[in-house]
Design a protein around this ligand. Sequence first.
Ligand code: GLU
Ligand code: ASP
Length: 516
Amino acid sequence: MKDNPAFAGQKELLGHPIGLFILFLTEMWERFSYYGMRAILVLYLVSTTAGDNPGLGWTEGDAYALYGWYTMFVYVASIPGGILADKFLGQKKAVYLGGIFLCLGHGILAIEAPWAFYTGLLLIVLGVGCLKPNISTMVGGLYPKGDQRRDMGFYIFYMGINLGAAISAIAVGYVGENIGWHYGFGMAGIGMVIGQLTYMWGQKYLTHVGNLVVAEDGKELDRPSLILDIFKHKNSLTGFLITASLSAYVWISAGWSYGALVLGIAFAVGIGIVIYNDGNKIEKDRILVTYLSFLIIIVFWGSFEQAGGLLNVYAKNKTNLSLGGFDVPASWFQSVNAIFILVFATLVGMFWGWWKTRGRESSSLFKMAIGVVIMGWGFLFMSQASMEVTYDAAGEILNKSGMHWLVLAYLFHTIGELCASPVALSFITKLAPERWVAFMMGAYFAATGLGNKVAGLLGEWSGSLGEFKIFTGIAVFCTIFGILVILIIKPLKRLTHGAEDDIIKDLEAEGFDLAD
Ligand code: GLU
Ligand code: ASP
């Protein structure tokens, strides 16, 4: 495999293709700009319009609603972004285009005007959609089929993501909160420009990856038409109609936007069943498990992504931020998760390695379920924190909670993330039939997007229910949900038909050619 001519001249650094470090730096700066912007977005929205550093003066509910919709679209845009790359541009050019959208988007956010605000957000949605899924695919493409170094390559890349996220919340957060929100957004933009320049400079190391693949015989794969086929089969039509009628109800009770969202989900349900119908018996079982893992992903990110919304505002308004005379910017807490990842990733990886050698249950599904439970427990610290906050008769805050609660919450969130997130994407690529892998990757990011929307919704509900109930509710729900998955792990594993045991032998025995 190493003698594959495409990989022959590949220059290496520290035992990996140099291209990996170009993609590492590009994604590090891209995440610097995304997480930097995200760290101050909600704080900017809820800051009063008067004062030294005026914000938009939105209510918290409105801010969480925008946060939910926006971060949802950022990830859902991966689906058209992936299709654009697969069909028209190839990943390399799509990443290039995404980078340009992002430089413009973050740059425009630095301008203080309403048109600039919404234009900037829209460009960021388009930019992340073109860049994020495709740059990940390119990382995989750097290694020939079966190359043992690939997992390590993804691990290094993941460290780049979190290095970017860690430094950005500190830098952009400090500048945004203390000097001016728009300077913060501008700083995120500068980060993206550095990322784009690095990517442009590094093209010579990426000549063989991310190019548009044209089928040799010019024929398209024989696959069902996703939307039209919904209406051709009884089961897909029923699934679609039931969810669509629910959407009518939501439309009337909660407004057109949520109705449209559920209608979108109705199409997703229909398409999901069309893909299920397309599989043979073993594939059908595996597709079912893939869908369950999407549900786990939605629950996981729906809870976790409170970080940039509710937990961010909680840090700002209800946490005692003074540390020996220094006021810690609330947005700095946005880097705690990423710093913990850099510190604990290896340890958690080693733990699971040790666990496996002892012959214990170590399937991806088990790790994902444990991840949900541990992450959920993080919210118990926040329940404790919210009990410490006291108010006077007029509703003004008398006593704020300590910073250590947030740090402990993020510690558990991180350990949970390190169990669930690194295995989730590769699990899906192992389970999905090969002709559907690219689609399922997009669906994975879309599920993340839906999780982000759920996070925004929970933030909105905190207004009427209060933080204590929301935090405790998330902890209880995640624990029950995780335990339920663990209880049915045996039958679930049977449905995977050994996909995780020996993927290459197994799938190739079924007649699939495992492409990269
Ligand atoms: N935080 C990670 C990133 O920004 C993972 C997000 C996800 O997988 O949904 O890349
Ligand atoms: N931990 C997130 C992503 O892995 C980054 C963040 O939320 O700051 O990798």
